[in-house]
Write a protein that binds this ligand. Structure first.
Ligand code: GLU
Length: 514
C-alpha cells in the first residue's frame, strides 16, 4: 500500500482497564490506517488527574500488543509529534485558550461553586429542564463579559481563581460531516459554554483533544458514539482557532449493545452472561476494599485472532458473505463506508465460533506447546513426541485451548469414571463376553494398526454372534471413560496394546453389569 498523509489516533484516558468497546475503537483506527497506508497513533488523555489510575497506560499498551495492533507513535514508541501524554503537554494548551479569549470567542469566568449552584437552583425554580451556563444565563454571572475590564484585570492580578469558557453563539446551526452518519446538525442553543481551561490551569478534554488533533496532524477522528454530543463543540473550537480547513473527518462508531440488545454493553451484563469485557486480566479494589481480578479475554483463553475477527464485525461488514478475515485481510478491505449506524449486539457465541475456527487452523505442533504446559502444571506424565498427534485428533472437538487438556486427559491416564448413560444403557453380559473375547485376541495382533485391530474385533465378535454396534460405545467408554471423541481405533492404536488390555480389564472389573 502507498503511504499517505492519513493519521488516526486512539486517545484513551488512563482511568482503568480498557473496555472491549475501546479495543474496537483502537482496531478500527488501526485498520483504517492500514487500509490507507497511514499512521496509527496512541495518545494518552490524562489531563484529569483525579481519575488517573496507575498501571492503566501499561495495560492499554499490553492489550494492543497482545492483539497485534501495531502502533506507529505513542508515549512508548515516541514520534515526531510528541509528547504523547497530555499531562506532558500542559504548557501548550493555555496559549490557545488565551487566543480564544483575545479574539472574543472565550471568556474568563469567576463564579464560585456556590454561585453556580445558586444559578442552577434559580433556573430549576423557573422550570428550565437542563440548567446551563450559556448565551442566556452567562449575562447574569460573574465573567469577563459582564464585569468591567478593570474589575477583570483586578481579579486576575490578585490571583483569584478563574476558568475559561467557550463563548458559544446563541443562534447558530453547527454542521458536521460524519463518515458514518452523514451530515449532523446541532443548534448552538443546545450547547453550553463549556469550560476549556480549568482553574488549575489544565485544559479540559475538549480543548486538549482539539489542540492535539490539530498539532498531531490527525486527519480522521474515529471514536465511539458517546463522543458525538461533543463533536459540535469541537467544530466550533476548530473554527475559532482558525483550523477549519484542516479539521479532521469525524467518524462516530455505533454502540456495542448487551447480548439482549438492551443498552450499551456493561460489565454487569457481561458478568451475568459469564464473559469478560476487558482484553486482559484487570486487578482492582472492589467496594469492600478487597483486591479482585476481572478476567480478561486472553486469560479466558480466547485467541487474539478470533477476538479481532469478531470485533471487526461489531459495527462493520465487508458487504459479502465472507466471515473469516486475518488482520492483513481486514486491513485490505476495511472502509469507513461500510461502518453502520445501528448498535450491534455482543454475541458471545459468535466469538466462540471464531475461536473454534482459529483453534482448528493451528497445527498439532503449535497446540502441543499449550497442552504440554497444562499437563506439566497438573503433574501428568506424557511423552512429548506424542502430543501433536493428540492435538490433531482433538482440535476438531474443542472450542478453547484449555479444553485440549480436560478433553484429552484419557490419552495420558486411564479413566477413573465411566459415562453413566452408556454404562446404564449398554453395558451388559454380552458386552463383557465380547470384550473378554477381544482381550484374548489382542495379544496376537502382530501389527497394531487401526485396520488390523478393527478386523480382529470384528472376527471375534462374529464368532460369538455379537453385533459390532453393541460393543463400540461400551468399548470406547472402557478405554476413555467418555461417550464421544475421535475415531476409537486411532485412540486404541495411540495407547498401544498393553495399555488397551489393561484399561479393558480395569473396566470389566469396575463396571457392574446391571
Ligand atoms: N479521551 C477520550 C476517551 O477516553 C477520547 C475521545 C476521543 O477519541 O476524542 O475515549
Amino acid at each position: 500500500m502507498m503511504s499517505s498523509d492519513v493519521r488516526v489516533r486512539f486517545a484513551p484516558s488512563p482511568t482503568g482497564a480498557l473496555h472491549i468497546g475501546g479495543v474496537r475503537t483502537a482496531l478500527y483506527n488501526y485498520l483504517y490506517a492500514k487500509n490507507q497506508g497511514g499512521k496509527f497513533i496512541v495518545r494518552l488523555e490524562d489531563t484529569d488527574q483525579t481519575r488517573f489510575v496507575a498501571g492503566a497506560e501499561e495495560y492499554i499498551m499490553n492489550a494492543l500488543d497482545w492483539l497485534g495492533i501495531a502502533v506507529d507513535e505513542s508515549p512508548t514508541h515516541g514520534g515526531e509529534y510528541g509528547p504523547y501524554r497530555q499531562s506532558e503537554r500542559k504548557e501548550m494548551y493555555k496559549q490557545y485558550a488565551m487566543k480564544l479569549v483575545e479574539e472574543g470567542n472565550a471568556y474568563y469566568a469567576f463564579d464560585t461553586s456556590d454561585e453556580l449552584e445558586a444559578m442552577r437552583e434559580r433556573l430549576k425554580a423557573a422550570r428550565v429542564a437542563s440548567p446551563q451556563y450559556n448565551a442566556l444565563t452567562r449575562t447574569s454571572m460573574k465573567n469577563s463579559l459582564t464585569l468591567s475590564e478593570d474589575e477583570v484585570k483586578e481579579r486576575l492580578d490578585s490571583g483569584e481563581p478563574y476558568v475559561i469558557r467557550l463563548k458559544v453563539p446563541r443562534k447558530e446551526e453547527v454542521r458536521l460531516n460524519d463518515a458514518v452518519r452523514g451530515w449532523v446538525m446541532v443548534h448552538s442553543s443546545a450547547i453550553d459554554d463549556k469550560v476549556i481551561l480549568k482553574s488549575d490551569g489544565m485544559p479540559t478534554y475538549h480543548l486538549a483533544n482539539v489542540v492535539d488533533d490539530h498539532l498531531m496532524k490527525i486527519t480522521h477522528v474515529i471514536r465511539g458514539e458517546e463522543w458525538l454530543p461533543s463533536a459540535p463543540l469541537h467544530v466550533l473550537l476548530y473554527k475559532y482557532l482558525g483550523w477549519e480547513d484542516t479539521m479532521p473527518q469525524f467518524a462516530h462508531l455505533p454502540l456495542i449493545l448487551n447480548p439482549n440488545g438492551e443498552g450499551k454493553l456493561s460489565k454487569r451484563h457481561a458478568d451475568k452472561y459469564g464473559f469478560p469485557v476487558f482484553p486482559l486480566n484487570w486487578d482492582f479494589k472492589n467496594e469492600a476494599g478487597e483486591m479482585i481480578t476481572s478476567e480478561g479475554f486472553k486469560e479466558a483463553d480466547y485467541l487474539p485472532e478470533a477476538l479481532l475477527n469478531f470485533l471487526a464485525f461489531l459495527g462493520w461488514n465487508p458487504g459479502n458473505e465472507q466471515e473469516i478475515f486475518s488482520m492483513q485481510e481486514l486491513g485490505e478491505v476495511f472502509s469507513l463506508k461500510r461502518v453502520g449506524k445501528a448498535g450491534t449486539k455482543f454475541d458471545i457465541d459468535k466469538l466462540k465460533w471464531f475461536n473454534q475456527h482459529y483453534l482448528r487452523k493451528k497445527s498439532g505442533e503449535e497446540l502441543a506447546i499449550h497442552l504440554s504446559t497444562q499437563l506439566q502444571d497438573k503433574g501428568v506424565s506424557f511423552e512429548k513426541e506424542s502430543l501433536p498427534e493428540v492435538c490433531e485428533m482433538m482440535k476438531e472437538r474443542v472450542t478453547f485451548v484449555h479444553e485440549l487438556y480436560s478433553e484429552a486427559l484419557y490419552f495420558f491416564q486411564a479413566p477413573t469414571s465411566y459415562d453413566e448413560k452408556v454404562v446404564n444403557k449398554k453395558w451388559n453380559e454380552q458386552v463383557v463376553e465380547g470384550l473378554t473375547a477381544f482381550l484374548e485376541v489382542l495379544p496376537t495382533i502382530t501389527e497394531f494398526e487401526a485396520a488390523n485391530v478393527k478386523q480382529a474385533l470384528f472376527d471375534v465378535l462374529n464368532e460369538k454372534g455379537i453385533k459390532m454396534g453393541k460393543i463400540m460405545q461400551p468399548l470406547r467408554v472402557a478405554i476413555s471413560g467418555v461417550a464421544g471423541g475421535p475415531d476409537l481405533m486411532s485412540i486404541i492404536v495411540f495407547l498401544g496394546k498393553e495399555e488397551v488390555i489393561s484399561r479393558i480389564k480395569k473396566a470389566i472389573a469396575e463396571i457392574k453389569v446391571a
